[in-house]
Ligand binder design. Structure first.
Ligand code: DQA
Length: 141
């Protein structure tokens, strides 16, 4: 089984950005956490991060018929990007949405998730653990 983990803008700033929300662990720590979980589950994983909407759309398109599942935290693009939603629908790859923080309890502009509309599972507000749960979800499927 091959999984693609996609992280959106500013997630590369983990450990620096708004520590009261996102904690002190870095993006390198997140990558190591995901890689370790993949080893534990015996799945192949590619971890990708971009600050650019179109680059994320390109990555989703390139995954067509190449991966068994996508774990995506589109970050701020969650709440704005119909293009990412359309790309996820276009490739028709099973998809799980992850957010480190509980976006349902944050600002009103974070209450809509476009990408989430294409996702069959949602792991929200669980910190790094959300990525592990999403990977387990696909491994058990
Ligand atoms: C986030 C939540 C988004 O609203 C925010 O723009 C992010 C991170 C999260 O993981 O909690 O950048 O996706």
């Amino acid at each position: 089984m091959k999984l693609l983990v996609i992280n959106g803008p500013n997630l590369n700033m983990l450990g620096i950005r708004e520590k009261h929300l996102y904690g002190t662990q870095t993006y390198e720590d997140l990558k190591a956490f995901i890689a370790e979980k993949a080893r534990e589950l015996g799945v192949e994983v590619e971890i990708f991060q971009s600050n650019h909407e179109g680059v994320i759309v390109d990555k989703i398109q390139a995954a067509y018929q190449q991966v068994d599942g996508i774990v995506i935290n589109p970050a701020a693009y969650t709440h704005t990007s119909v293009a990412i939603l359309d790309a996820l629908k276009a490739v028709n790859i099973p998809c799980a949405e992850v957010h480190l923080t509980d976006v349902t309890k944050r600002e009103s502009f974070r209450q809509i998730s476009y990408a989430g509309m294409a996702c069959e599972a949602h792991f929200i507000g669980l910190g790094f653990e959300g990525y592990a749960r999403a990977m387990e979800y696909f491994a058990k499927k």
